[in-house]
Design a protein around this ligand. Structure first.
Ligand code: NAD
Ligand code: UD1
Length: 342
């Protein structure tokens, strides 16, 4: 696609910051909108240092503040929007559901209304494999049944519906819903990566903190699943592959008339124990872990059928589990306390 100005909501976050690097390297001008509720402006400084001379603007505002978002559109006049901003912790969404619905669902409504007013109708949205709920069959294709088991998942389903509805209601919209599987790893430079606040909920950041000595041992949630080694199986995807998937989606937007969904995964399932073994190899010593009961709400197995991404977007993941572990470990070692290390 011709170079253009892209608005990236949530661009200071984990996936957003990696995507900004890819966008800038491809020659796009990028404007980030983020309230930094779960991120740091250091991430954006690092993005700038990775692509010197590139055009990266930043507005520290809340997506739910319609006036402020309106102002950003008036000033920046973006050609397309990559929408990452939102809250993403499943457990927390059960405790404070209204905050999740406000940030994720209302925030997206505000964004869509303003996009409509400014006739900016090209959108790529960060959906999740969580919209497949507890799958009956794997691999998951885009037409697998949708369901949700928690407020976070429901917020993603509502947003997907809202996008489909708006695209049906009037012509001119081009929306791609990207359903990410499990993003892990970090930029090869070790300068940007995942920086969870407090105790990590997800496997990869927790395991990296065990490797760095910050946590004693990984608790493996369940070894009695109907999987080859009894532990949960997921489709881990390198965050840089994921970021490149956004570039592919952006290039394809002009061919989309309405709204469609695309899985971004590798198509390969990896168990918790396989992940422990892979990171142990990279770190060069065994990583402590112990088995405990299943985590409520967890599913046994989840991995993508990535065929549609390959045929429709011309994209597929290239980086393997070793690269995910090596790059995640480099980030962890260089930034033991995340961006606070800086
Ligand atoms: P992240 O928390 O690192 O990034 C989200 C960004 O949005 C943060 O920088 C945060 O400060 C910002 N934000 C939150 N609320 C905001 C608001 N009201 N106004 C402005 N900015 C706000 O998360 P991430 O891992 O980069 O995820 C990005 C998107 O991808 C999210 O929508 C998430 O639900 C989705 N997703 C993530 C995963 C994952 O495992 N990381 C998997 C599937 C889908
Ligand atoms: C979680 C979310 C899901 C979201 C996804 C994004 C939950 C219940 N689900 O999925 O909605 O879309 O992140 O990446 O939070 N594990 C351990 N010990 C740990 C942490 C995890 O054994 O300390 C296991 C889990 O049981 C699971 C696997 O590791 O089998 C991956 O877990 P996690 O990284 O939290 O991702 P998901 O559960 O797939």
């Amino acid at each position: 696609m011709p170079m253009s100005k892209i608005l990236v909501t949530g661009g200071a976050g984990y996936i957003g910051s990696h995507t900004c690097v890819e966008l800038l390297q491809a020659g796009h001008a990028v404007v980030v909108l983020d309230n930094l509720i779960n991120s740091s402006s250091v991430a954006l400084e690092r993005v700038r240092s990775l692509v010197p001379g590139a055009q990266l603007g930043f507005h520290r505002i809340d997506l739910c503040d319609a006036q402020a978002v309106e102002q950003v559109f008036a000033v920046e006049q973006p050609n397309a929007v990559l929408h990452f901003a939102g809250l993403k912790a499943v457990g927390e969404s059960v405790t404070i559901p209204l905050r999740y619905y406000r940030t994720n669902v209302f925030g997206t409504q505000v964004l869509l209304e303003i996009m409509q007013r400014h006739n900016c109708k090209r959108l790529v949205f960060s959906s999740s494999a969580t919209v497949y709920g507890n799958p009956e069959r794997v691999p998951l294709t885009e037409s697998s049944p949708l369901s949700a088991t928690n407020p976070y998942g429901r917020s993603k389903l509502f947003i997907e519906d809202m996008c489909r509805d708006v695209a049906i209601s009037e012509s001119g919209w081009s929306i791609i819903l990207l359903r990410y599987f499990n993003p892990v790893g970090a930029h090869r430079s070790g300068l940007i990566g995942e920086d969870p606040a407090g105790i990590p909920n997800n496997l990869s950041p927790y395991l990296l903190q065990v490797a760095s000595g910050k946590r004693e041992s990984l608790t493996v949630f369940g070894n009695d699943y109907p999987t080859p080694d009894g532990t949960g199986v997921r489709d881990y995807i390198h965050v840089v592959d994921l970021a490149q998937g956004h570039l592919a989606a952006l290039s394809k937007l002009s061919a989309v008339n309405g709204c469609c969904a695309v899985n971004l995964g590798t198509g390969t399932g990896t168990s918790v124990l396989q992940m422990v073994a892979a990171l142990s190899r990279v770190v060069g010593r065994p990583l402590a872990h112990r088995f405990a009961a299943r985590r409520p709400g967890d599913i046994a197995t989840c991995y993508a059928d990535p065929t549609h991404a390959a045929t429709f977007l011309g994209w597929r993941a290239h980086l393997d589990l070793d690269a995910m572990c090596a790059d995640g470990w480099r980030w962890q070692q260089q930034n033991p306390n995340g961006y606070r290390t800086a």
